[in-house]
Design a protein around this ligand. Structure first.
Ligand code: DGL
Length: 260
């Protein structure tokens, strides 16, 4: 059975595009609806309850749009809302993203910094993930105040970005670290600046590829895949109106062919 209904993907803005690009690479035959919830951004400085409520509104809207599955392409919204959303929609696969701590631990990294929004770092789900996955590694959550807003406003390169990371990494330099995990979907867009700040020897991990692979297997398991050979398309929606839709698709065109 083939199912050509769209897969919905949402984030507080452009961050989830770093996941969408991997989803499309893996499943070019699928249609996608991408929602950039710019009106409610940033999620990372909101309370648990606020993020949960916002995420629920988005999922409700995307289900109404006929989504066959929803990918929460946001670590903050996943941490605060994926469980209640799965309870509310047991018949729809709801896939979340988690910081790629396991790949970093499996690669033998001993001291791992997980960069994430302040909200994510204070979520019990995040703390539990770090404890569950750490093994013998030391895993440290690093709240990155204001970073998703910098990316959202297109500030991905330049003096201010470099200074931001210099300040962020300074307290960790004396003990050193082997890996940086990008625990927010906005951060892959500043990967080059992070690479400059940490140097070549530190490994950088993000969860987008793992999330895309997991989404594909969930759809296969549920018999929800579109037929092979189709040419999938993307519809962009934004909660701040026409302007936002244009901004998001421009950003997609400019940024989403990045690879490391
Ligand atoms: N991109 C989101 C994440 O992965 C959050 C950005 C924000 O709105 O603060 O956590």
């Amino acid at each position: 059975m083939e199912d050509s209904r769209p897969i919905a993907v949402f984030d507080s803005g452009v961050g989830g595009l770093s996941v969408l690009v991997r989803l499309r690479e893996l499943m070019p035959e699928e249609d996608f609806i991408y929602l950039g919830d710019r009106k409610n951004a940033p999620y990372g400085s909101k309370t648990h309850e606020e993020v949960r409520r916002i995420a629920e509104k988005n999922v409700d809207m995307l289900v109404l749009h006929g989504a066959k599955a929803v990918v929460i392409a946001c670590n903050t919204a996943t941490a605060a809302a994926v469980e209640p959303m799965r309870k509310k929609y047991p018949q729809i696969p709801i896939i979340g993203i988690e910081p790629a701590v396991k790949p970093a631990v499996d690669a033998g990294c001993g001291r791992i910094l997980v960069l994430a929004t302040p909200r994510t770092v204070s979520e019990p789900r995040f703390t539990a993930l770090m404890e569950r996955r750490a093994g013998n590694s030391s895993v440290i959550g690093v709240p990155c105040e204001g970073l998703s807003q910098m990316v959202e406003s297109g500030e991905c390169e330049g003096k201010e970005t470099d200074e931001y990371f210099e300040r962020l990494f300074t307290p960790f330099r004396s003990d050193g670290f082997d890996a940086v995990v990008l625990g927010c979907t906005h951060y892959p867009f500043v990967r080059s600046a992070i690479r400059r700040a940490v140097g070549e020897k530190v490994a950088i991990f993000d969860g987008a590829e793992g999330t895309a692979r997991h989404t594909k297997s969930c759809l296969e398991y549920a018999g929800l895949r579109a037929s092979a050979g189709r040419q999938g398309k993307v519809i962009f929606l934004a909660t701040d109106g026409e302007e936002g839709v244009r901004t998001i698709s421009d950003f997609y065109r400019k940024r989403c062919d990045y690879h490391e």
